[in-house]
Design a protein. Structure first.
Length: 119
């Protein structure tokens, strides 16, 4: 499966962005899709994931209540809606794919998209 992330950019604190992850490949719709991020000087961390049918979602504690994840299998696209952004959300965001929505080492990674939140 191939993954293409988009939607990053520069936003002020309190603002919103929506990231998209387009998945392609014959079996793309079978995979759980997730988002990880890596901020400057920080370790990579899990952000959110969604099962292949959208029935279950997982969110890191630090984004719960601010971010939501959804998917449109007709478009093979997963969305990460990010609201109430904080400067500490600044990071490169990567979309991932794995058969296990709770994998901490997803098998497939897309290129990252930069999110910068100014204070």
């Amino acid at each position: 499966v191939q993954l293409q992330a988009s939607g990053g950019g520069l936003v002020q604190a309190g603002g919103s962005l929506r990231l998209s992850c387009a998945a392609s490949g014959r079996t793309a719709s079978n995979y759980a899709i997730g988002w990880f991020r890596q901020g400057p000087g920080k370790e990579r961390e899990f952000v959110a994931s969604i099962t292949w049918n959208g029935g279950l979602t997982y969110l890191a504690d630090f984004v719960r209540g601010r971010f939501t994840i959804s998917r449109d299998n007709a478009k093979n696209t997963v969305y990460l809606q990010m609201n109430s952004l904080k400067p500490e959300d600044t990071a490169v965001y990567y979309c991932t794919a794995d058969l296990d929505a709770r994998s901490d080492s997803p098998r497939h990674w897309g290129q990252g998209t930069q999110v910068t939140v100014s204070s």
